[in-house]
Design a protein around this ligand. Structure first.
Ligand code: GDP
Ligand code: MG
Length: 375
């Protein structure tokens, strides 16, 4: 099904179609230049010319075909959708206060709800504001955001762009704006460090305008909130704005289906084995469910919430740590609940094959000199 026209392949590699055809004959494939060949064959042929075809595409296609074959990420009926909490990522230039802001939000909400406090770091946490939930990805910087997007995962609903009021729009601020725009994620600007005497909101707003973010009070549609992570000024307003934007987005998911989530982070624990923080996006994940993520699979043996408390269930927009996977999954990969172990095993095996193929290509990269020698 994943076919490539021989002529196109020749163009891509930079050789004549007849050279490709003769290699194909050597592989037992009889075609003319207008016919198509399997992408796996195309990869092998390209290799013969010392060219690394974008095998990433191939493995991604394998992944997609796995998803299709097993109908892992099916569309839900609109009537099954229930509203869900927004998932928020904090982005911005280094030292503008991303970590401090996340801490301030965590503390603000903790003092309001439970006195116990959030002790462990699991890469994501949920806060309750007037009985409404917001889920924060606790991985400051856009690295996490971009690597997840590179893997096809769209986790973020709203981006908080932190800009230090005493420093202004910087290169990483612009990068963050571009990433959020590419992902079509709405941006709320938190103008941070308002406690500093050199804070200058108007200057920041002017710089935002120069980057196509026109503040609401300047006639545009970008929400800006002056805050101080240091003395917690403006945090509640920021949270209210997040809820407002989320309301407009009408975020929804079906809680009554096989769970689909994204691995936020994962590591090997000496005693407990592979631990993975999963952000559930659809369905409800329960202890005892069979899950698969890439080549890792297993039955969920136990689940912990973002406060380290054991839980039995996790619905949409809920971060949980799960125990029971066969190996440590990759951050950014999707996790699927499947019906039985047989399905999980076969999916994991297919995924392993795809990874192996990718690995092999990486090892076999041939230099241009080799190419000429070979031809
Ligand atoms: P990140 O690199 O964006 O995560 O920034 P950090 O949260 O690590 O903050 C960088 C520095 O700015 C630290 O020294 C913080 O204490 C300081 N900082 C963060 N927020 C504020 C604020 O609201 N006011 C002041 N005065 N300093 C802040
Ligand atoms: Mg930081």
């Amino acid at each position: 099904e994943d076919n490539i026209i021989v002529k196109d392949l020749a163009d891509k590699i930079g050789v004549s179609p007849s050279q490709i055809i003769s290699k194909l004959i050597g592989l037992g494939v009889m075609v003319n230049q207008n016919q198509s060949i399997d992408s796996d064959i195309a990869i092998i042929v390209a290799e013969e010319f010392g060219i690394e075809l974008t095998i990433k595409e191939a493995s991604k296609k394998i992944q997609e075909s796995i998803e299709d074959e097993f109908n892992l990420d099916y569309e839900d009926n609109p009537e099954d959708l229930k509203s869900r909490a927004p998932i928020v990522t904090v982005m911005g230039h280094v030292d503008h206060g991303k970590t401090s802001l996340l801490d301030a939000i965590k503390e603000t909400s903790v003092t309001k709800s439970e006195a116990g406090g959030i002790t462990q770091h699991i890469g994501a946490y949920a806060v309750n504001i007037n009985n409404r939930k917001i889920c924060f990805l606790d991985t400051p910087g856009h690295e996490a955001f971009t690597s997840m997007r590179a893997r096809g995962a769209q986790v973020t609903d709203i981006a908080i762009l932190v800009v230090a009021a005493d420093d202004g729009v910087m290169p990483q601020t612009i990068e963050a704006i571009n990433h959020a725009k590419a992902a079509k994620v709405p941006i709320i600007v938190a103008i941070n460090k308002m406690d500093k005497p050199t804070a200058n909101v108007d200057r920041i707003k002017q710089e935002l305008v120069e980057n196509a973010l026109v503040p609401e009070d300047w006639g545009g549609d970008t929400i800006t909130v002056p805050v101080s992570a240091k003395n917690r000024q403006g945090i509640e307003e920021l949270l209210e704005m997040i809820l407002l934007v989320a309301e407009i987005q009408e975020l929804k998911a079906n809680p009554n289906r096989n769970a689909v989530g994204t691995i936020v982070e994962a590591q090997l624990d000496k005693g407990k084995g592979p631990l993975a923080t999963v952000l559930v996006q659809k369905g409800t994940l329960e202890v005892g469910d069979m899950v698969i993520s890439g080549s890792a699979f297993g039955r969920v043996r136990a689940m912990l919430d973002d406060k380290g408390k054991r839980v039995k269930k996790a619905g949409p927009s809920t971060p949980v740590v799960i125990l029971g996977l066969s190996e440590v999954p990759n951050a950014g990969d999707l996790l699927y609940e499947v019906d039985d172990e047989k399905t999980a095993r076969s999916l994991a095996e297919k995924s392993k094959e795809a990874t192996r193929a990718e690995q092999m290509k990486a090892d076999q990269k041939v230099s241009l000199d080799d190419l000429f020698e070979r031809i």
